[in-house]
Write a protein that binds this ligand. Structure first.
Ligand code: ATP
Ligand code: MG
Length: 290
C-alpha cells in the first residue's frame, strides 16, 4: 500500500453499512475517486485514503494500525473484542441483537434461558451477556442462517440481528430479549499520536463529520405568523438557538425562522397551525458548525 502520508479509513466494501458510510463522507465534501473493485481509493480533495473491506476485518485492521480509522457496527466491534477507541456514534446501521424463540414458546423471564441451547454467530457477545445475567446456557456457534437452527433441532433458541422481524416470521420464530442495541460507529487506532500530521487530518475530518451529523438531526423551519400570536408561537418552537423574527411588508404579520431538532417537526406542526402560523416551510440543512 502506498505510504503517501494520507490518513486511512476502512469502510465496508459491500453490505448494509456501505451506502451510508459513503454518503456520510460525500456530505463531508470529500471527492471520492471511482473505485469499482479497488481495495484502496484516494480522496481527491483531502489527505485521506479509503480501504474497502469485509466488515468483520475492520476492527482488527484499525487495532493493528493498517488503517487509523474505521466505520463498523457496534455488534461486529464487540464481537471481535478489538482494542480500539470508539470516537463517535454515527446514527445509521441501527439494529438489535436479540434472543428469538419459537412462536409457540414463551419466555417470561431471562432465567428461562437456563439450560437452553442458543445458536448464534455472535458467541462472544452472547457469552458476556449470559455471564452478566448469571445464566447457564449452551452457545451453539454457527456462521450463517442462524434462524434455521431451531427447526433443524440443533438449538432451542437463537441470538441474531433483527430489524423488521420478517426473517424470524418466515422461520416461525418471534423476537424476545434484547442482547445489544447496535449502530455504526467511527473507531480509531489507539496509538495515533496526538501531535502527528495524521492526527491533525483526523481532527479536521472529525469536525466535518460532526457538522454533518448535527445538520442531519436538524431542520430549518420558516413560517408567517400574525403579530399578536408571536409569543404563543415562540413558546411552541423547540429552537436550538433563539428564533429569528423578521417584519413582513403587510405590517400585520411576521416571519419566524428557527433551527429545530428534525424529529420535533411533526409534534409541533398542528400546534403551530392552531396558534395562527401559515406558510410553514421545513428545509434541510447541509452543515452546522457549532
Ligand atoms: P461483510 O460481507 O462485509 O462481512 P455482512 O454480511 O457480515 O458483510 P451486513 O449484513 O452487510 O454484514 O451487515 C453489516 C452491519 O450492518 C451489521 O454488522 C450491523 O451492524 C448492521 N446491520 C445488520 N442488519 C441491519 C439492518 N437490518 N438494518 C441496519 N443495519 C443492520
Ligand atoms: Mg461480515
Amino acid at each position: 500500500m502506498s505510504n503517501n502520508g494520507n490518513l486511512k479509513l476502512a469502510i465496508q466494501k459491500s453490505g448494509r453499512l456501505s451506502e451510508n458510510s459513503l454518503q456520510l463522507l460525500k456530505n463531508c465534501n470529500l471527492d471520492i475517486e471511482k473505485f469499482n473493485d479497488r481495495l484502496v481509493v484516494s480522496i481527491r480533495n483531502f489527505k485521506l485514503d479509503l480501504l474497502f473491506l469485509r466488515d468483520d476485518d475492520i476492527p482488527e485492521y484499525v487495532q493493528d494500525g493498517v488503517a487509523e480509522l474505521g466505520i463498523v457496527g457496534q455488534d461486529v466491534l464487540y464481537e471481535t473484542k478489538a482494542d480500539v477507541k470508539v470516537v463517535k456514534k454515527l446514527g445509521f446501521g441501527r439494529c438489535s441483537l436479540r434472543i428469538a424463540i419459537p412462536e409457540n414458546d414463551d419466555l417470561r423471564d431471562i432465567e428461562d434461558l437456563n439450560g437452553k441451547r442458543i445458536a448464534t454467530s455472535f458467541p462472544n457477545i452472547l457469552r458476556d451477556f449470559l455471564k452478566q445475567n448469571k445464566i447457564d446456557a449452551k452457545i451453539v456457534n454457527i456462521s450463517g442462517s442462524v434462524e434455521a437452527a431451531p427447526s433443524l433441532g440443533i438449538a432451542d433458541y437463537i441470538c441474531d440481528l433483527v430489524s423488521t422481524g420478517n426473517t424470524l416470521k418466515l422461520n416461525k420464530l418471534k423476537s424476545s430479549i434484547s442482547v445489544l442495541e447496535s449502530e455504526a460507529v467511527l473507531i480509531k487506532n489507539k496509538n495515533l499520536k496526538n501531535h502527528s500530521d495524521k492526527y491533525q487530518i483526523f481532527l479536521k475530518l472529525l469536525s466535518r463529520i460532526e457538522s454533518v451529523l448535527n445538520a442531519n438531526n436538524s431542520k430549518y423551519i420558516m413560517m408567517n405568523v400574525p403579530k399578536n400570536s408571536l409569543n404563543d408561537i415562540l413558546q411552541i418552537i423547540p429552537s436550538l438557538k433563539s428564533p429569528t423574527v423578521l417584519p413582513l411588508a403587510d405590517d400585520e404579520s411576521l416571519a419566524v425562522h428557527a433551527v429545530i431538532p428534525a424529529e420535533k417537526f411533526w409534534e409541533i406542526v398542528d400546534d403551530l397551525k392552531s396558534a395562527g402560523a401559515s406558510g410553514i416551510l421545513l428545509l434541510p440543512i447541509e452543515n452546522i458548525i457549532i
